[in-house]
Design a protein around this ligand. Structure first.
Ligand code: SAM
Length: 259
């Protein structure tokens, strides 16, 4: 199936190393702590929510923290390995194994969030339509979509980024290029076991399609309105397409459309 070929192993059989990969790609250790603070601020500013769904939440970096803050959290992801790690960390966390394009959950949630470009792995129009249709009909108040700001990226690029934890030093060689509106990235991961200095090299790759804010607005339809468009995980940082590292859209359902 196309989607398994275009999604990287780091979300799947290598999910045990997902936090390291995230730290390396973002160039910052444990940035999810700031992101959780941002989500708490956003939920408090725009809404009075209790139930939330983390769409593409992987190993639960945000979901587990929000559950600790008293929210009724469901973590949805298609990667079984990532969900198993989330459950290992927090056995009581509610998890749902599902692809975005075929969510069969009938339950409604007050709010949803989709962090770190999770929805960019939907490459086909029909998949995106199915996903946003589900969000529009099953989220009753607030929907947050976070993606990297690709408008400021060079069309081709390569770099090296690093991260480490207790056990491993992790080096990532990244090369990307755009083919029309698709971002193709190849990775070479180098894992160095700190205890033995043994090294392992693994190749990985991904393809992503990022949306403009206009496209997001179109998918969300007339019942939803953008209440904040931000350039990073900070409510006082507006989106600037030339400078912002991210593009985060906060949508709220219009009162007149609420049942
Ligand atoms: C870049 S990670 C982001 C994880 C997390 N939201 C974060 O901020 O670190 C993308 C996640 O989306 C999930 N994902 C990608 N495509 C998906 C799809 N079509 N359906 C469900 N989950 C998907 C992957 O399994 C992965 O866990």
């Amino acid at each position: 199936m196309k989607s398994t070929l275009t999604e990287p192993r780091i979300h799947d059989d290598l999910a045990e190393f997902y936090s390291l990969w995230r730290d390396a790609c973002l160039g910052k250790k444990a940035s999810e702590a700031d992101e959780v603070k941002f989500l708490l601020d956003t939920l408090a500013s725009f809404s009075n929510v209790r139930s939330v769904i983390d769409l593409g939440g992987s190993v639960g970096l945000h979901a587990i923290a929000l559950a600790k803050h008293g929210f009724d959290v469901t973590l949805l992801d298609r990667a079984n390995t990532a969900l198993a790690i989330a459950k290992r960390t927090s056995p009581e966390l509610k998890t749902v194994q599902s692809s975005f394009e075929s969510i069969s959950l009938t339950e409604n949630f007050d709010a949803s969030f989709c962090m770190f470009s999770s929805s960019s792995y939907l490459l086909e129009e029909a998949e995106r339509k199915a996903f946003y249709d589900w969000v529009k009909t099953h989220i009753t108040d607030l929907a947050v979509f976070d993606q990297i700001n690709t408008l400021r990226l060079p069309r081709t690029y390569s770099d090296n980024c690093q991260a480490e934890d207790k056990h491993f030093r992790f080096n990532v060689l990244r090369e990307w290029h755009f083919e029309e509106d698709l971002l193709h990235t190849s990775f070479v991961y180098e894992f160095v076991d700190k205890a033995s200095e043994a090294t392992k090299i693994i190749n990985d790759r991904q393809v992503q399609k990022f949306l403009t804010v206009e496209e997001l607005v179109e998918y969300m339809g007339k019942e939803w309105r953008i209440v904040a468009l931000l350039g990073d995980c900070n409510l006082s940082q507006p989106f600037d397409q030339e400078k912002s590292p991210r593009m985060i859209a906060v949508f709220k359902k219009q009162d007149c459309w609420k049942k």
